[in-house]
Ligand binder design. Structure first.
Ligand code: ADP
Ligand code: MG
Length: 215
């Protein structure tokens, strides 16, 4: 089974489901150190993607990522809207005109995460969604050079995302609204890191199921 944009509806449904299942938890996290709208922002993006999913499935990955970025840019308000739009548009730009394999995806994903860092003027350790995406991107590079199977790699990505998300609890926020709280931001997981981890787990769950399904 190859991983094509025909999977997009399943991926969107899995993300939507995990966000709904963790709605209260995510909103409580964003209320503790942000303004409480993070879940609603993402759900607005997911709704817009669901409405356009039939247009996405007929594209190739770089064009689908480009369109996803544009849809998210107009549908999501808040910091996370422009950051996710940047992630997908940069992923598309980096992946265009090259064969898609794990190494090229890892390279493109690293460039996309760099673009998000640039956009948010943020680095690792600032208690944001980047504390999930940066370690995942770095691991993908290592994994692409290894002889692990794709399901093994995807399982490790899930574990790395959890570790990254949990590490935000003890960080001081220096970017975004949570930075206004300074020391008082310590002790709460960053909402954006939590949703990043949930979405990565959902995506990888779908991919692992597809890759390991009997044909
Ligand atoms: P807003 O903060 O505008 O209300 P959201 O609530 O949708 O937007 O998203 C907040 C999340 O965005 C935070 O939890 C954090 O993970 C992420 N974030 C905020 N500012 C930045 C930044 N400058 N760089 C990277 N991520 C950021
Ligand atoms: Mg917010």
């Amino acid at each position: 089974m190859t991983i094509t944009p025909a999977l997009i509806p399943k991926l969107i449904a899995a993300i939507s489901e995990t966000l709904a299942n963790h709605a209260d938890e995510v909103t409580e996290l964003d209320q503790a150190i942000g303004d409480g709208d993070h879940l609603i922002n993402l759900q607005r993006g997911i709704k817009a993607l669901t409405e356009k999913q039939d247009e996405l499935t007929v594209l190739d990955w770089p064009n689908a990522w480009q369109k996803i970025g544009m849809i998210l840019m107009s549908a999501i308000g808040g910091a996370s809207g422009s950051l996710y739009a940047t992630l997908f548009m940069a992923l598309s730009k980096a992946a265009k005109d090259q064969p898609l394999n794990l190494q090229s995806f890892a390279d493109s994903f690293n460039l996309a995460v760099e673009a998000v860092k640039h956009r948010g003027k943020a680095e690792a350790g600032e208690k944001t969604l980047l504390d999930v995406y940066i370690p995942v991107a770095l691991y993908l590079n290592t994994a692409a050079a290894s002889n692990l199977t794709l399901p093994e790699i995807l399982n490790t990505v899930v574990a790395i995302a959890i570790t990254g998300m949990e590490a935000t609890r003890d960080m001081i926020a220096t970017k975004g609204r949570a930075s206004f709280l300074e020391q008082r931001s310590i002790g709460h997981i960053d909402a954006g890191a939590k949703t990043a981890q949930l979405m990565i787990s959902a995506i990888n769950g779908v991919l692992i199921t597809e890759l390991t399904a009997p044909t």
